[in-house]
Design a protein around this ligand. Sequence first.
Ligand code: HAM
Length: 417
Amino acid sequence: MRDVLPEEAPAWDRLEGAARRLSRSRGFREIRPVLLEETELFTRSVGEVTDIVEKEMFTLKKGDTSLSLRPEGTAGIARAYLQAGYAKRAPVQKLFTVGPMFRYERPQKGRDRMFTQFDVEVIGTLDPRADVEVVHLAACFFEDLGIEGLEVRLNSMGDGADRDAYRAALRAFLAPKMDRHCDLCRSRFERNVLRVLDCKNPDCQALHEGAPGILDFLSPENRGHFEEVGALLESLGRSVVVDPGIVRGLDYYTRTVFEVHYPALGARSALCGGGRYDHLVRDLGGPDLAAVGFAIGFTPTLLVLGELGLLDDLPESVPEAYVVAADAAGRREALAIAEELRSAGIGATFDLEERGLKAQMKVAGKVGHLLAVLIGEDELARGAVTIKDMVRREQREVPRGELTRAVRAILGSAEPG
Ligand code: HAM
């Protein structure tokens, strides 16, 4: 688990800012569900036979209750949706959240045990335009950050009978080759055969060549939905790759599934995963309402931004003014001056280390404050302050009563940036 230090905060601001701006401009509303849920919520939704539920949850017992830190956001959002009564009073909800998730994963590049996801969900509709909204939004997020060269991979997992028929065909194809697969594949073959296709081992992947594709098994209705989603994405100029290998690692998926990859990252190149979960709301005790969404991981996104040099020189937010004081009396006045500027809407801070005047001025320049307000012994005696414009490197003394007006004048004419 990693802390986000102040030096890294500008990058996080950038990601969170883009997430909020893009979501709100498309009519998504923010939801902030709790971080701890009853473990059973995840067993019932993500699925008992998944890596997440079998191995990766941080679970604690309190009395008879088993609680888990959320390993993903969708289940909790669906639970909150039902609990808030939206299913009855306003079934179509466009929701988003940005927050931490927890998975006890093997430490590796691009994966953390506490990580942040930007999670988007449209609950209450099977309209293919909802699928398109979420796929397009995910891609726009990365473009907004300046990341190019991404691949949107799209597939359909079908639903009900067509999925069953596909499972049977896949089993028949894989059965004769199972002794050449890895242990994980063999266990998946028994318990959740679709997940065999998700193996990252190149030897196993080679054995999957020629495997039947789920798209050939789709019912006319599900095929129609898939084709409509593809056609609508094309009409927006969004190119996608149809990839029957996208099977996703969570059980709730139906019909459309997709991932956004940055291929240069290698085996763990997925920055985003998502799709439809048309029975989750029903499985959690609500009506049978369709839904679709995605989650983007900040860890791999930051990795890509770093590799592309897009995190260099991100400015940290710094208050405009730095108040510099010469002695104890000045330091008392510094507090009053900073507070006066702040009430006028001007950011201000001051030295807390009793440094000398010169050292304080050096700090003001290095940190990047736009101006310094100096209170030396003379200024204090005269009821004045000296204001130094750090950009133009000019300074002048003004009466104490004119401080705010003079600072405003400088800031009004300060060079942008
Ligand atoms: P997921 O594919 O498990 O889907 O996760 C989505 C994204 O979260 C991944 O593509 C990856 O970028 C990031 N991620 C996953 N695990 C980690 C980790 N340990 N460290 C850093 N980043 C990670 C879901 O979570 C679904 N709830 C997505 C969804 C929403 N489907 C429908 N609605």
